[in-house]
Design a binder for this molecule. Structure first.
Ligand SMILES: *Cc1c(COP(=O)(O)O)cnc(C)c1O
Length: 361
């Protein structure tokens, strides 16, 4: 038998939110009645402009995409006041995390993450056999002072997701600016802004790249912009860092439909406004329903809420049998909690009604 590389035995397969079709099959439900609130997608769907762009681009599906993603990178660069060479497009921003691993991690190298950080950081760290240093959280969020103190001469990457997944916590703009400025130039400070659009009074991190060339900012089209199924995201960095990331990339990882849809979605401010509005209202509904039911939750800056239900796995399964998919949290060492994505008002109501029924004494 051929054995895989030994370090893979310490790696587990990522457990994603379960697909609607799979749950419907398992429980004998009509897929059209199943609600997925498990992966922080946009329940309003893609922007109509993106849909039109996909239709048009589909006629060119037989041609390789622009491997340089010129128009998309140009639009992103313009939006952030950066040069096109500073923009790296990924097959989801998850791929940017992997590029960082390829370019900067190796055995003997450390990366610093927070307790309750996005699971992919640790799995990429292990994939490249780096040492993953996990810093205890402060009130479920990032303890920036402790993270700064954990950085050594061997630390190449430090990750801060703002807002953070799965906790929904965010760090203050002034504290984040101070942290970014305080990280030594021998360590890349990676700010993962997958939920940036939902954040109020956010620090404009891309404008700090000039001053802090060790800063990397990641954004995605998967969450507020409603294109999770197409897999597209990007990283912003100094010319030198971006050039390194470009080297580890496969030539055509961002496909034709994704590039065109992303470009169109960027210009649709109306759809974004509606999406953010839906999330703010839905999140207020969920949080006040939790208060009324005396359920502990973590006040969220993103499009999901972490709720302490006790026996997260059990509650997740009971919700699933009622056609509502959420996320159990034991893989994040939060076994008493579930994470629910903020959906449409109807979806939020269905979730709350089902949860209330399940938790009734
Ligand atoms: C969803 C998410 C991402 C990236 O998702 P992609 O679909 O790969 O762009 C990155 N970071 C965090 C914290 C996320 O929750």
């Amino acid at each position: 038998m051929v054995s895989p590389n030994a370090h893979l035995c310490r790696l587990s397969v990522y457990e994603p939110g379960r697909p609607i079709e799979e749950v419907a099959r398992e429980y004998g439900l009509d897929p059209s009645t199943v609600v997925k609130l498990a992966s922080n997608e946009n329940s309003l769907g893609p922007s109509p402009r993106a849909l039109e762009a996909i239709r048009k681009a589909s006629l060119h599906a037989h041609v390789y995409p622009d491997g340089n993603a010129f128009r998309l990178r140009q639009a992103i660069a313009h939006r952030h006041g950066l040069k096109i060479e500073q923009v790296v497009v990924g097959n989801g921003s998850n791929e940017i995390i992997e590029f960082l691993g390829h370019a900067y991690l190796a055995p003997g190298i450390e990366m610093v993450i927070s307790q309750y950080a996005f699971a992919i950081y640790e799995s990429v760290g292990r994939l490249f056999r780096a040492e993953v240093v996990e810093v205890p959280a402060k009130e479920y969020g990032h303890h920036l002072e402790a993270m700064r103190a954990a950085i050594t001469a061997r630390t190449r990457l430090v990750f801060v997701a703002n807002p953070n997944n799965p906790t929904g916590t965010s760090v203050q703009a002034s504290a984040l600016r101070e942290f970014i400025r305080g990280v030594p130039s021998s360590t890349l400070v990676v700010i993962d802004e997958a939920y940036h659009e939902f954040l109020k009074d956010a620090l404009e991190t891309p404008s700090l790249i000039q001053e802090c060339p060790n800063l990397v900012v990641m954004r995605t089209f998967s969450k507020a912009l409603g294109l999770a199924g197409l897999r597209i995201g990007y990283g912003l960095a100094s010319m030198e860092v971006a050039a390194a990331l470009q080297k580890v990339r496969q030539p055509f990882q961002a496909n034709v439909l994704a590039q065109e849809a992303a470009l169109a979605a960027l210009s649709d401010e109306e759809h974004l406004r509606k999406s953010v509005c839906m999330v703010e209202e839905g999140r207020a509904f969920l949080e006040s329903a939790c208060r009324a039911r005396r359920l502990e939750f973590i006040p969220s800056s993103a499009n999901f809420v972490l709720i302490r239900t006790g026996d997260g796995r059990g509650i997740f399964e009971k919700l699933q049998s009622r056609g509502i998919i959420v996320r159990p949290m034991q893989s994040y060492k939060l076994p008493d909690w579930i994470r629910v994505t903020v959906g449409t008002p109807t979806e939020n109501q269905r979730f709350m009604d089902a949860l209330t029924e399940i938790m009734a004494p």
